[in-house]
Design a protein around this ligand. Structure first.
Ligand code: ATP
Ligand code: MG
Length: 289
């Protein structure tokens, strides 16, 4: 299997990008997928959440500048099948440092290409910072898929239209594989109507692009990072662990469905033969801001 690059992105802060990056990665690793998590956020919460020391002077930064080989920045996490390129606060300077270069939107691509081409990993998971800045655009330029975590709260969809536009622009400007694989509803609160209403609203806009799995609000998920552990080692039987396991399973299942879809494209289909108007797949996502 080719290496797939999956970005966790939402410019809104605190929606569950990092919690998902850590636990989704750990659950895929548990399913024997080889995973590299790249922490692209100077807050370095994915780094510390997996038990690596922050501020250790290590991040993707030198590779973005072309001064280090990204492969040399890969660290083990202590979890089988899960490696990481950590982050630290200094990464905040990367945007300024690369902004002067002509290829400033493709620095991550150049840095990561040897890792992607090595075929060492099944999935490379990118934990993006909460912004639409240069690092985010670099992430989209190497991603095959974007997972958008949305918190089940009032105004969850706010600002999402801008992000979807950027994803579409980057796809059209030279990363044709890029697509939004789905919206993951996080911090679902089973005891309020609000969560349910928000999910209904999001489904109205995104239909089956919303993952079946809902991630519940679960205190164990918020405790685990301070122990430097993913949920499946911190408390493998809690509802948060079950939810992220389900999500990893659903994600893999969708990948397989997608593979079949891609294979089928090489064969003539009924709709091509009888020239039915373009499939609804091609249409951009309807999103209100
Ligand atoms: P940022 O935009 O700052 O990078 P983020 O989108 O990465 O934030 P997280 O750091 O994953 O969001 O989550 C924000 C906070 O919510 C954290 O304190 C985290 O522990 C908590 N949290 C995330 N998901 C859950 C959940 N399902 N249940 C309970 N707490 C959660
Ligand atoms: Mg984060």
């Amino acid at each position: 299997m080719e290496t797939k690059v999956v970005a966790l992105a939402n410019q809104k802060g605190g929606v569950g990008k990092t919690t998902t990056a850590i636990n989704f990665s750990a659950c895929l690793a548990e399913k024997r997928k080889k995973i590299l998590l790249v922490d692209l956020d100077p807050q370095a919460n994915a780094t510390s959440g997996l038990g690596l020391e922050k501020g250790f002077g290590q991040s993707i930064f030198p590779a973005l500048l072309g001064e280090a080989d990204a492969q040399s920045l890969i660290r083990e996490t202590g979890i089988k099948n899960l490696d990481i390129i950590p982050s630290e606060l200094d990464l905040a300077g990367a945007e300024i440092a690369i902004a002067r270069r002509d290829d400033y939107l493709h620095r991550l691509k150049e840095a990561m290409e040897p890792v992607i081409d090595s075929g060492r990993y099944d999935f490379i998971v990118l934990d993006c910072p909460p912004s639409l800045g240069i690092l985010f655009m670099n992430a989209l330029n190497i991603a095959d898929e974007v997972i958008i975590p949305l918190q089940c709260e009032y105004l969850a969809l706010e600002g999402l239209g801008v992000m979807v536009d950027i994803v579409n622009q980057i796809r059209d400007a030279g990363n044709p594989n890029l697509h939004i694989s789905g919206i993951l509803m996080t911090m679902y609160n089973m005891s309020t109507n609000l969560s349910q209403q928000v999910v209904q609203e999001v489904v109205k806009h995104f239909g089956d692009r919303v993952f079946e799995t809902l991630i519940p609000r679960n205190v164990r998920l918020s405790e685990a990072p301070s122990y430097g552990k993913p949920i499946i080692t911190y408390d493998r039987h809690c509802v948060g662990a079950a939810a992220y396991r389900n999500f990893a399973k659903e994600f893999i299942k969708r990948q397989k469905e997608h593979e079949i879809e891609v294979d089928a494209e090489t064969l003539p289909t009924l709709s091509q033969v009888i020239a039915v108007p373009e499939s609804s797949e091609e249409k951009s996502l309807p999103v209100s801001e």
